[in-house]
Design a protein around this ligand. Structure first.
Ligand SMILES: [Zn+2]
Length: 394
């Protein structure tokens, strides 16, 4: 699997291992458990990803990189209730210092994802979300997902609510792989929090389409929010299609707040652009110049997308990112402008104040949507209000 600029990690590691006769293959890493020291690409104090020694805890089976924080499936099938397939196998070599070194890219991904989920679990507990999602998290690696045109997905990541799992597909770009990008991993984890705090009950009660359970990034492939025949009409119909408006509103809220979570965890406003430069400008939370977050923009913007020749699913999906990115910028800016959020870019403990508010107040969003199912009062600006109200609250 080509990993471009990150391949040197491997070349260097493998060569150094060969030179150090000290490096030896564990007889069976399936018996390695507890705390494990591992050499992984992980963010340093400045948030830059570089190879360093990381202590993993709660490991139950190193051969499968399984433990308290994650379990991995190789090329699994997606089924309601979970992923189905074989446990992924990881290859690690142990050097004389007792540090495990990944033997290939998939193993490196598994180690890094485990380390991030351990850290994300600690963040959940710190901000009052310790009980929101079940642990360990399920992760599919080398997942083979087909796009609408029959080609395999690459360079993307997904959260699937029905199986409550994060899905990692192949990497082909030269930049930092999405599966090693701290902000992207936190973004995917937030989709799970949003699913459990907001979407799950709305789905159960039929208030949003079942296809909203998944997230497909920058393409309609996985979620296909609404059947084409329902929305492949004139864009004005959106004003009369409340189910579609709710889907758009929730998808924009989900994607925007997931980007806020990515910023909270990584401290970077441009984490998406670090892996996907074409999306840098569109997704940077530090960008100025925002569309007002009025819900009547849905209709106008949807019309623009549709008239631009997009198919309806792609139009809906792209619009949700456009609105979501504006929401993310508005939430971050409102927080930075408040006393609690001063210097939040530099200070992780400040950003956790916002994370705590998001966890406390997201259930209120689900309540408002039930009370205002026609979206007469509920726009994305409501979310900014919810997250900035009661400034003195922790
Ligand atoms: Zn997303």
């Amino acid at each position: 699997m080509p990993v471009g600029r990150f391949m040197p990690f491997f070349c260097w590691l493998c060569v150094s291992c060969l030179l150090m006769t000290a490096c030896s293959r564990e007889p069976s890493t399936s018996r390695v458990s507890g705390e494990v020291r591992m050499r992984l690409p992980f963010p340093d104090d400045k948030g830059e990803v570089r190879l360093q020694e990381i202590l993993l805890s709660g490991v139950e089976n190193l051969l499968e990189m399984r433990g308290a924080y994650a379990r991995f499936y190789f090329a699994p099938k997606l089924e309601p209730g979970g992923l189905r397939g074989e446990a992924a196998r990881a290859r690690f070599l142990r050097n004389h210092d007792g540090v495990y070194v990944p033997g290939d890219f998939v193993s490196q991904q598994m180690g890094a994802l485990y380390a991030h989920f351990e850290k994300l679990s600690a963040l959940d507990r710190e901000v009052g979300a310790g009980q929101v999602v079940p642990w360990p998290r399920s992760v599919g690696v080398s997942v083979r997902l087909l796009k609408d045109d029959g080609a395999l997905w690459t360079d993307n990541s997904f959260y699937d609510g029905a199986s409550d799992a994060v899905l990692v597909v192949a990497t082909t770009r030269r930049e930092l792989p999405l599966s090693l990008n701290p902000g992207v991993i936190a973004h995917e984890h937030f989709h799970a929090l949003f699913y459990h705090l907001v979407l799950r009950d709305l789905l159960r009660d039929g208030l949003v389409a079942q296809s909203m359970a998944g997230t497909a990034h920058d393409d309609p492939g996985l979620s296909a929010p609404v059947p084409d025949k329902e929305i492949e009409k004139k864009s004005e119909e959106l004003s009369g299609n409340i189910k579609l408006q709710r889907a758009l509103f929730l998808k924009a809220a989900n994607e925007g707040l997931a980007d806020v979570w990515g910023w909270i965890y990584s401290g970077q406003t441009d984490f998406v652009g670090r892996s996907l430069p074409p999306f840098k400008a569109a997704r940077d939370l530090g960008r100025k110049g925002l569309e007002p977050l009025r819900s009547d923009n849905f209709r106008r913007l949807y019309g623009i997308w549709k008239n631009g020749g997009q198919n309806s699913g792609a139009a809906l999906n792209n619009l949700s990112y456009l609105m979501g990115s504006d929401l993310a910028r508005a939430v971050r800016q409102a927080f930075l402008d408040s006393p609690a959020g001063a210097k939040a870019d530099q200070d992780p403990s400040r950003r956790k104040v916002l994370a705590r508010r998001m966890i406390q107040r997201l259930p209120e969003l689900a309540k408002r949507l039930r009370a205002d199912a026609e979206l007469k009062e509920t726009g994305l600006d409501l979310i900014v209000e919810l997250l900035t109200a009661g400034e003195s609250a922790p």
